[in-house]
Design a protein around this ligand. Sequence first.
Ligand code: PHE
Length: 506
Amino acid sequence: MEIKRERWSSRPAFIMAAIGSAVGLGNLWRFPYVAYENGGGAFLIPYFIAMLTAGIPMMILEYGLGHIMQGSAPAAASRVDRRLEWVGWWALLVGTMIVLYYAAVMAWCWVYTWQSLKALVGGIVGSAASVIPWGDSPETVSGFFFGKVLHLSSGPSELGGLSWPVVIGLVLSWLAVFLIIHRGVKRVGRVVLITVPLPIILIIILMIRGMTLPGSIEGLKYYLTPDFSKLKDPSVWLAAYSQIFFSLSLGFGILIAYASYLPKTTDVNNSAFITVLANCGTSFLAGFAVFSTLGYLAGALNVPVSEVVKSGPTLAFVTYPTAISKMPLPALFGVIFFITLLTLGIDSAFSIVEGVVGGIWDKWKINRTKLTAGFCLIGLFVGLIYCTHAGLYWLDIVDHWMNNFGLAAVGLLECIMIGYFAKPSEFRRYVNSVSEIRIGWWWDAMIRYVTPAILLYSLFMGYVQELRVPYEGYDGWALKVGGWHLVIALIIVAVLLSLSRGREVE
Ligand code: PHE
C-alpha cells in the first residue's frame, strides 16, 4: 500500500519552520563576533555577497530538490542519480554529528534557565535564593561555568565523571525534540509559531535593554566601524561563506526534507528569499543586542571593549551572564536571555532530527514514532560524552571539523549533483514554473561554477591551515578522533547501504 506523504498545514508553516531551523544559536553567538573579527561594518559587504552568491542559490537548490523529488536528502539524491544516494546520507550524518553537541549546548541553557528562574522566584517570594548564583565578576562567572556546571577537566583525555545537571538538561532537550516531532510535521508547524517569533521578540527586548545602558555606544562602534583593509584578506571571505552556510542550515539535508512535505504547487524561489533575508536580518539585529551589552560590560569593568568580546560558549555562558549580573533585575534578564537561547536552539535541533528521521522513513518506512524515539535515545546516550568533564573539549573539536569540512564538503557535492548530474537549466525552469519570482541564468552559473569554486577553495585552505597549526593546540590524537569518526561513520553507512540494496534486489 502506498503511504501518503505528510504535508505542512500551510505555506507559512513551512516557511516558519525553515526560518526556525536557520535562526539558531549561531545568529546570537557567532555572527556578531565573526562580523567584528572580520572588519566590523565592512564585513557586511562579503557577507551580503556570500548571501547572494551562495546563500540564496543553495537555498533554492535545497528547496527545489526536495520539492521536485518529494523526498528527503538521500531519496532526492538517488532520484537525481542512483549512484548519488550517499551524498544525501552524508548530509544527514554531518547533521547528526552536529545535533549531538547542539543538544548539549541546549542542556547548559536549561541549567542556566533553571538557576535564573530559581533566583527570580526567590526574589519574588523573598527567600534566600534570590541572587543569581554565578556572582558578578568575570572570575566568579567563569568559575561557575567551567567549575560548577561543566567540572572541566585538564584535557580531552581526562573524561572524569558526568556533570549531572547537564545530563538532566540533555534529557530535557531530547525529550522536547521527541515530543515535538514524533507525530510529524503538522505539530512542528504549530510549535514554530512560538519558537520563531518568541526569540526574535526577546532579542529585540535585549537590544533595547542593551542600547539604553551606559557605554553601549562604545560596543556598537566596535561592532560596526568598517575596516575596509580587511576585504583584501581571503580568510575574511571564507568566514563570510562559512557563516552563511552554517547559519542558513545549508548542507545538512534539512531543507530538502522540509521542502519535500510541500505540495507540488507551492512557491520555491520566494520562500527561499524570505528565509534567507529573515535569517540574515535576525543576525544583524542580534549583533546590536550583544555588542551594546558588551560595551556596557567593558565600561563597568573598566577595560577596553576588545577585552570582553568573545564568541561561542564563552560569550553566552560567561561574558553575557557577567553583564547581566551587573544590570538591575539580573534574574529577570537571566531568564529572558536563556529562554531566548533555548527557543533559538530548539527548532534548529529538531529540524536536524526531522531531516534524519525523514531520510530513514523514506527508505524503510519504519514507524515514525518508534524511529524518532530510537534516534532521540541514541542521541541522548552518545551525547553523554559532552556531559563528561572533558565534554567542552570534545564539543569544540567536533564542531571545528563539522563546520570547516563537513558542511563545505556536502555543499560542494550538492552543487556538483545538480550542476553536473542534473541539468541546472531544467531545474531552474521547474522552480520558476511554480514560483512568483523567476530566477535567471545567473543561478546556473552560481551552482555550476561560483559556489563550488569557493567551497573547494575553502576546503583546501582549511586543510592547509590544519596541517600548519593544530586547531587550538589540541593533541594530535584528539583532533584525529574528531575528524576520522566522521569518515568511519560514512564508511559504515556506505556498507549498510550496499547490504540493504542487496536485500532490495532479492
Ligand atoms: N542554523 C543554525 C544556527 O544558526 C545551526 C544549525 C545548523 C541548525 C544546522 C540546524 C542545522 O544556529
